[in-house]
Ligand binder design. Structure first.
Ligand SMILES: Nc1ncnc2c1ncn2[C@@H]1O[C@H](COP(=O)(O)OP(=O)(O)OP(=O)(O)O)[C@@H](O)[C@H]1O
Ligand SMILES: [Mg+2]
Length: 236
């Protein structure tokens, strides 16, 4: 079988001397959507940080497009085509929407206008509010700014840590539709989600993490149909 486009393989590590991840593996294929679910404190964000290079791994490796990137800094990973939207503090609230998008393009030296226009097509409300401070926007709109900011580098893989946190079900559905749209353009999506059912429903691949380890891994649909997954992680 061909290697996944991005894989954090057998990752072990944590903060200081305490390991949070134990032989944890998460991966995404080119143009597909992979979703990580699991209880609070399971290590989902830690796994994302590890894949993005924000955590020193004691074991395992991270491979991108067949290349070992384990030793690269987060910024170097951005240059290789990775975009990351962290769970918290993912926008500059005092800057305008448009300034946030410009900040997102920090590594680019070419003309960014075309990319910005694409992001405004994807999220029309952001165009309308482009001169407004991002901190004045609603929760769902802020998440659009955060996703848009990450897209400004034209990543090959977009990592999203709880992109629908704190938004209404309708806004969540809209955000998922936009994420599917991004994946259809060939960008891989690796996403952590609290809304496990809805997220697994759009996932090509799903990972259930518990205490820093892989508990279940399968297609999104298979996990949704698995009685044990349903009972333990999806509320029946
Ligand atoms: N910066 C940090 N320093 C030390 N421990 C941390 C740090 N961040 C997280 N932890 C610990 O690591 C464990 C996993 O946390 P993590 O944030 O990865 O979980 P999570 O699955 O993302 O949870 P949530 O669903 O609440 O976002 C927890 O026990 C947490 O207390
Ligand atoms: Mg988290």
């Amino acid at each position: 079988m061909a290697e996944p486009f991005l894989i954090g393989e057998n990752m072990t590590g944590g903060y200081g001397a305490v390991d949070i991840l134990h032989n944890c593996t998460i991966a995404v294929e080119r143009g597909q959507i992979a979703v990580i679910v699991g209880p609070n404190g399971a290590g989902k964000s830690t796994a994302m940080k590890a894949v993005f290079g924000m955590l020193n791994l004691r074991g395992g490796r991270v491979m991108l497009d067949g290349e070992d990137i384990s030793k690269l800094s987060p910024q170097a990973r951005v240059h290789r085509g990775m975009g990351f939207v962290p769970q918290t503090s993912n926008i500059f609230t005092s800057m305008t929407v448009e300034e946030n998008l410009e900040m997102g393009a920090f590594i680019r030296t070419d003309d960014i206008k075309g990319t910005m226009a694409q992001i405004y097509d994807l999220f029309p409300i952001l165009k309308q509010k482009r001169y407004q401070a991002a901190g004045e926007l609603s929760g769902g709109q802020r998440q659009q700014v955060a996703v848009g900011r990450a897209l400004m580098t034209q990543p090959k893989v977009l990592m999203l840590d709880e992109p629908t946190a704190g938004v209404s079900p309708i806004v969540m559905d809209e955000l998922f539709d936009r994420i599917i749209e991004v994946a259809r353009t060939g960008i891989s999506i690796l996403m952590v989600e609290q809304n496990a059912r809805q997220a697994l429903d759009i996932a090509d691949k799903g990972y259930v993490l518990v205490q820093g380890a892989n508990r279940f891994t399968d297609t999104g649909q298979a996990l949704l149909a698995d009685p044990e997954v349903r009972r333990s992680f999806l509320g029946g």
